[in-house]
Design a protein around this ligand. Structure first.
Ligand code: GLN
Length: 287
C-alpha cells in the first residue's frame, strides 16, 4: 500500500474509534514506525510501504483504537524539552505540570544549593527536570510504587542527572522513612487529586490505562494535600517552600489546608487560565 492510502485508512479507523485528533495521531504513529519526521510522509505520499512496516503500523493503530494512550504505545513523552520513558506504571507527564516546575526553577534562581523533596514522583518528570535545570540541587524522589521508581530512575539516567537524585520507596499516607527535622528547602508534589467518584467519568485513555493510584485523591480529592501539607511542615526548613499542582477547582480548598502552617499562599494559573499551582512558605514561628 502507498503511504497516502495507509494514512487515509488509519484516520478513518481512529475516527470511528472516537480518537480526538485522528489525522495528527495517524501521522505521528506512522512517523514513529518509519523513524522519519512529518515532512518525509508528506513528500512521499505515493511511496509503497513494505508489508512488514504496513502491518507493524496497523498493529499500533489497533492498540490506539482500543484507546490506549499514544504515549504508552510509543513509550515516551516530552516534558520540559526532555525525553521521558513512560509505561502504564506511571502517569503520563502533562504540559500543565511544566508550570509547577518552572515556578520552582524561577524560585531557585536567587538561591544557593537547594534540597528538594518530590512526593509521588511517578515517571520522575518533576524530579528529573528540576535536577536538570537547577544547577546546584539535590533531589529526593519518593513514590509508593517500586515499578514507578524504576521508570523514574531510568529517566534520571537517560537525562544525565542520576547523581543528583536519591530514590526512595515510601508511602506518604503511612509512617514514612523520611528523616524528620528541617531537611528540605522545597517540597513539591503533583499528587493524585481526582475525586474518587469522578474517575469513571474521565476519558477512556485515562480511566482505563493510567494508574489509578496516580489519579485517586479520595472522597473529596484532597486526601494527599492534607497529608503532604502535614508532612511538609515536619521536613521543611523554616521558611521553606511547599508547591503543589492542583485540579482547576481546588485552589481555595488547598490554600485553606495550607493556611494553618504556611504563609504567603499563592495560586498560579496555567496557560488555559485555570488554577494549577499553589505555593506557600512554612511559617517561621511554628518550628
Ligand atoms: N509526579 C508525576 C507527574 O507529575 C506523577 C504524578 C502522579 O502520579 N500523580 O507526572
Amino acid at each position: 500500500m502507498v503511504i497516502k492510502d495507509i494514512l487515509e485508512k488509519a484516520v478513518i479507523e481512529l475516527k470511528n474509534a472516537g480518537v480526538d485528533a485522528p489525522v495528527m495521531e495517524a501521522g505521528a504513529l506512522l512517523c514513529y514506525v518509519l523513524k522519519k519526521d512529518k515532512s518525509y510522509i508528506y513528500s512521499h505520499r505515493d511511496y509503497n510501504l513494505s508489508d512488514f512496516l504496513t502491518n507493524e503500523f496497523f498493529e499500533l493503530i489497533e492498540q490506539r483504537k482500543k484507546r490506549k494512550p499514544y504515549q504508552y504505545i510509543t513509550g515516551q513523552q516530552e516534558f520540559m524539552s526532555l525525553n521521558f520513558m513512560v509505561n502504564p506504571n506511571v502517569l503520563i507527564p502533562r504540559q500543565e505540570t511544566e508550570i509547577l516546575v518552572e515556578t520552582l526553577i524561577q524560585y531557585c534562581r536567587t538561591k544557593g544549593k537547594v534540597d528538594i523533596l518530590d512526593i509521588g514522583t511517578g515517571s520522575g518528570c518533576i524530579a528529573v527536570s528540576l535536577a536538570y535545570y537547577i544547577k546546584e540541587c539535590s533531589v529526593t524522589a519518593i513514590d509508593i510504587s517500586d515499578e514507578a521508581l524504576n521508570v523514574a530512575k531510568f529517566n534520571a539516567i537517560t537525562n544525565g542527572v542520576k547523581e543528583k537524585i536519591n530514590f526512595l520507596v515510601c508511602d506518604i499516607l503511612q509512617e514514612t522513612n523520611l528523616s524528620a527535622g528541617a531537611s528540605y528547602d522545597i517540597v513539591v508534589s503533583n499528587p493524585p487529586y481526582i475525586v474518587t467518584d469522578e474517575i469513571p467519568k474521565l476519558q477512556k485513555e485515562v480511566r482505563e490505562y493510567e494508574p489509578r493510584i496516580a489519579l485517586d485523591g479520595g472522597e473529596d480529592g484532597l486526601l494527599f494535600y492534607r497529608k503532604i501539607t502535614e508532612k511538609a511542615s515536619e521536613v521543611l526548613k523554616p521558611g521553606g517552600l511547599l508547591a503543589f499542582e492542583i485540579g482547576y477547582n481546588q485552589g481555595k480548598d488547598v490554600s485553606k489546608i495550607m493556611e494553618v502552617k504556611f504563609s504567603d499562599i499563592k495560586v498560579i494559573k496555567d496557560l488555559s487560565g485555570n488554577d494549577r499551582v499553589v505555593t506557600g512558605y512554612l511559617k517561621l514561628l511554628l518550628k
